[in-house]
Write a protein that binds this ligand. Structure first.
Ligand SMILES: [Zn+2]
Ligand SMILES: [Zn+2]
Length: 318
């Protein structure tokens, strides 16, 4: 068998090949050198509930006791200080996907010091090729954007960690287009709702509406994460989390307009067209349904109605 670079990387993604430390740019075996880890990510005593730095390790700090955390446990790879803040900005906003390896290693290193047994990794459908067909977990991943690539690297690192750490098992959940309360990014649905609140124009101007997406409610995603965490899934598995219903973006905006009761026409504005990677997104969820007994409880219509009611409630109490 010919020993190709790809084969070598697949066999030992982080241990064999030398590279440059992402902090000091010196040669090292991993993406972070030991002196930089010692200097910039020293081990610290933390609160197990929120990961705040404490004089000694505690199960619950004063703050966690006063206000119950949404998390049973919190693990921090490092504090959000230099040089990590600069690297995270580069990773999130400047297409530096290669930093996913170093940043994931920080978290995996922190995991080695905790009694954690299982990691559920939030991945994405963007790991799949931009092909107009239903995606299954057995498809060869072929991301076409830095986000998908960084998530695929994260999946690979988690799989590697479960192979090299006997105590650890892992699940990667590949999410379709999440929607529901608490959205912090200006994605399609919050954007459309904001435009419908603004009645200063005679029409609702939107970007490209011709794409097809798979919308899955955050509550169904949370159900899948809980099922993946508490059920036995072996050492490492990957699951799609999706509605499996390909939905035209135009249909979503139309439904929102009907639920809001906005009589204005929807106009596709070419000036608002953004570069996008895939014409359609649809995923098969047979594996998740048959292995974990999961099924989505929220239809798109019910989820959108709930969002519109919440938005109206927030507007009234504002
Ligand atoms: Zn270094
Ligand atoms: Zn705490």
């Amino acid at each position: 068998m010919a020993l190709t670079l790809d084969a070598l990387r697949a066999a030992a993604p982080a241990a064999l090949l030398p590279g440059l430390c992402v902090v000091c740019r010196d040669w090292c075996r991993r993406s972070l050198c030991e002196p930089c880890l010692q200097r910039f990510a020293p081990q610290k005593s933390r609160c197990a509930g929120c990961a705040r730095v404490m004089p000694q390790p505690v199960a619950r700090c004063g703050e966690c006791t006063r206000q119950a955390s949404a998390f049973a446990c919190c693990i921090a790879g490092t504090d959000y200080t230099a040089p990590w803040d600069r690297l995270i900005t580069g990773f999130k906003f400047h297409q530096k996907a290669e930093l996913a390896v170093a940043l994931s290693e920080l978290v995996l290193r922190a995991l080695e010091r905790t009694p954690a047994r299982k990691v559920v990794f939030a991945s994405t459908m963007d790991v799949y090729a931009a092909e107009d067909r239903v995606h299954r977990e057995t498809d060869q991943p072929a991301p076409v954007n830095a986000y998908g690539l960084s998530k695929l690297l994260g999946e690979t690192l988690l799989a590697y960690a479960t192979r090299t750490n006997d105590r650890l098992s892992g699940v990667a959940l590949r999410f379709a287009n999440a929607f529901g309360p608490g959205e912090t990014n200006p994605h399609l649905i919050p954007d459309a709702l904001a435009r419908m609140r603004d009645r200063s124009q005679p029409e609702i101007r939107m970007g490209y509406l011709g794409a097809t997406r798979d919308f899955i409610h955050v509550a169904d995603i949370a159900d899948a994460a809980v099922a993946a965490l508490f059920q036995d899934t072996g050492r490492f598995e990957v699951f799609n989390v999706a509605s499996s219903i390909p939905t035209p973006v135009r249909h979503v905006v139309d439904t929102l307009r009907r639920l809001v009761g906005d009589p204005r026409p929807i106009v596709e504005d070419q000036k608002q067209f953004r570069k996008f990677d895939r014409p359609s997104l649809s995923a098969d969820t047979d594996k998740l349904r048959s292995t974990l007994g999961w099924a989505p409880k929220w239809s798109l219509e019910d989820g959108l109605r709930d969002l519109v009611e919440r938005t109206a409630g927030e507007a009234r109490s504002a």
